[in-house]
Ligand binder design. Structure first.
Ligand code: ADP
Ligand code: ASP
Ligand code: MG
Length: 433
């Protein structure tokens, strides 16, 4: 078999019917090669489904049902705009998907929110993949639909499934080649997997890039391309900064460092599977598909301009011993056990004689749960709504510009990386002004 390529299209590239038609036009130029096409949910569907899960879990099934109906209405409008005559199997597949969630909403919530979340939110990718596969077939690009849950097996960590690689690889090697023989294109979902007991899991928000990397790894793909609304990896997020420029080539190492600290253009887990098999990654623009994008590979040079990543919704937890003893190794071990069980993600840490500071992503009630767990031995104070700014290849000018208008609460420097945790300088306004 010819070497397969893996493409991933995110929510922005599939946000409405014209966007899906545009993706179809891009794919026409690749009609000759076997492609696994991994898709996200359309537009902001995942956020809307999160609202459904939230209302359901908080005992408001009617509200959840209303929100689900709205998503169904929007999907139907997109389908009607794409097809003059809607294929029967698409209508059936879409109705089945919504009916299964409607039924779930009639039951009482499960004991675990994360479990219910995954059963509901996974609808987004199942829906978009059915629509895209049918649409491609209709425009003369025969495409098979593959349920990613038949390939990607995870453990039972709902909302953050950990991939079981041997099972996943075996299933990918068995299921994909025959499908790619039948039709050159196989369309499947990003973001979702399955446990060994057959329950749906998700891989973490924005996880579709990672799904594409899992497929690439298992199939020894020739290359993987992720199609974005930016020309490639830029020196900073263009939604936050002006005067950014595109990086033409970058090493896996550089990409992993940038994305880990919040460069949202690539999901941080994406790089490892690609690096492990030396599979090149292209980050390309679906708006300007003729341009080259960014090429991520093993042998990119090591000269980079300063690059900035900003991670928002950070909490700084200051932890000190209640009896004034030093924060010693056994304390740190214990603290990290609690960090692990509450699933806090630590982005930065620093310690003094009697205190330990950690900067974490402030998700759900995890910080509060952690503070309660350690309360008998440690006093904790929490500063919220902070930003973690990471500058790779920093220069004094860039660091200075990052500090403007901010109060710096914590800073760490390594030869190539500078990090600071900041909040906005409080603005004083005259009462008589
Ligand atoms: P997808 O449609 O695949 O979900 P995302 O929206 O997750 O794509 O990622 C693309 C976005 O990432 C861009 O619109 C941009 O605002 C943001 N971004 C953050 N950091 C960078 C960066 N360094 N380079 C390019 N884009 C970035
Ligand atoms: N649809 C999921 C999300 O919005 C996964 C993804 O798009 O990557 O988080
Ligand atoms: Mg996304």
């Amino acid at each position: 078999m010819q070497h397969v390529n893996v493409f991933k299209f995110g929510g922005a590239s599939l946000k409405d019917a014209p966007a899906i038609r545009h993706v179809g036009n891009i794919l026409k130029t690749f009609a000759q090669q076997p492609l696994v096409i991994v898709v996200s949910a359309m537009g902001k569907t995942t956020n809307a489904l999160e609202d459904v899960a939230h209302a359901y879990w908080h005992g408001r099934p009617e509200e959840a049902r209303g929100k689900l109906d709205r998503i169904h209405g929007e999907a139907t409008a997109i389908i009607d705009a794409l097809f003059q005559e809607v294929p029967e199997e698409l209508t059936v597949a879409v109705n089945d998907l919504f009916v299964s969630v409607e039924w779930a909403l009639e039951e009482s919530p499960n004991a675990e929110y994360d479990f219910d979340y995954d059963q509901i939110v996974s609808l987004g990718e199942l829906l978009s993949s059915h629509i895209v596969a049918s649409y491609l077939t209709r425009i003369g690009l025969p495409s098979s639909w593959l349920d990613a849950r038949d390939v990607i097996q995870t453990d039972n960590t709902f909302r953050e499934g950990w991939v079981r690689w041997p099972e996943t690889t075996e299933r990918a090697e068995r299921l994909l080649p025959p499908l790619l023989q039948q039709t050159k294109f196989v369309v499947t979902q990003g973001f979702i997997g399955n446990t060994s007991e057959n329950y749906t899991t998700t891989l973490g928000r924005e996880g579709s890039d990672y799904s594409a990397a899992i497929f690439s790894y298992c199939l020894d793909a020739e290359a993987m391309s992720i199609w974005k609304d930016v020309p490639g990896v830029l020196t900073a997020d263009p939604r936050i900064f002006e005067n950014v420029s595109k990086i033409d080539r970058m090493s896996y190492r550089e990409a992993i460092e940038m994305t880990y600290y919040g460069a949202k253009v690539i999901h941080p887990k994406t790089i490892k599977p690609l690096q492990n098999k030396s599979i090149p990654l292209y980050v390309r623009s679906f708006l300007e598909p003729e341009l080259e994008g960014t090429f991520v590979t093993d042998d990119a040079g090591d000269a980079y301009p300063p690059m900035v990543a900003v991670e928002r919704e950070q909490a700084l937890i200051n932890i000190s011993t209640r009896d004034f003893s030093f924060v010693a190794e056994h304390h740190i071990k214990e603290l990290f056990e609690h960090i692990t069980t509450t699933r806090l993600q630590v982005n930065m840490m620093q310690n003094t004689a009697i205190s330990f500071n950690v900067v974490v992503n402030d998700i759900d009630d995890r910080v509060q749960r952690f503070c309660t767990l350690v309360d008998d031995q440690f006093k904790t104070t929490v500063d919220r709504n902070l930003e973690l700014i990471t500058v790779r290849h920093y220069t004094p000018e860039v660091v200075e510009s990052m500090r403007r208008g901010k109060v710096n609460l914590l800073e760490g420097r390594l030869p190539l990386t500078l990090q600071m945790v900041v909040k906005d300088v409080p603005v004083m306004r005259r009462k008589d002004g």
